[in-house]
Design a binder for this molecule. Structure first.
Ligand code: AMP
Length: 143
């Protein structure tokens, strides 16, 4: 299965903040949207970085609550691993497992067209296993 199949089901919207926004804004955004990662967009709509709930835990543990007033750009991960809509889910899972992260922004050329989380991958895996099992049961019942 391809990444574009997941995007077709879940949509292309991506929640973003700017590098100059305070970490407190990012924390409110994660809570309000019920998500685990926010893309840090640059002025041209490209990806300047990513900051996830794990990063927030790490910076609060190391810098305390003062970190909430500092800009996201001070803490975000700048070297972001991305994928394209044409990549397969196997490829994406492999990247996430190897890199020990759970979110991958999807780029079509230089345009951000979505984000896929490990939760999205697992959901689609379960759905396809269930569809396969159901087809198998139907086949056995009619054989
Ligand atoms: P996560 O498991 O997605 O919460 O991320 C764990 C760590 O990896 C955090 O430091 C993130 O900033 C970083 N991270 C998350 N997604 C990516 C990605 N696609 N490319 C590079 N680093 C990432």
């Amino acid at each position: 299965m391809k990444v574009e199949t997941i995007l077709a089901a879940k949509g292309h919207s991506v929640v973003t903040v700017r590098a100059e926004d305070p970490v407190s804004k990012l924390v409110s955004t994660l809570a309000a949207k019920g998500i685990g990662a926010v893309i840090v967009a640059d002025a041209d709509g490209g990806v300047a970085g990513i900051m996830t709930e794990r990063d927030v835990v790490r910076v609060i543990a190391s810098d305390g609550r003062e970190a909430l007033d500092r800009p996201v750009g001070d803490f975000m991960t700048r070297k972001v691993v991305t994928a394209t809509p044409h990549d397969t889910l196997d490829f994406l899972s492999e990247r996430m497992t190897r890199g020990k992260f759970r979110h991958v922004p999807i780029m079509d050329h230089d345009r951000l067209v979505g984000i896929v989380s490990i939760g999205d991958v697992v959901k689609h895996r379960i759905e396809s296993i269930e569809a396969e099992a159901s087809a198998m049961r139907d086949y056995i019942a009619t054989a």
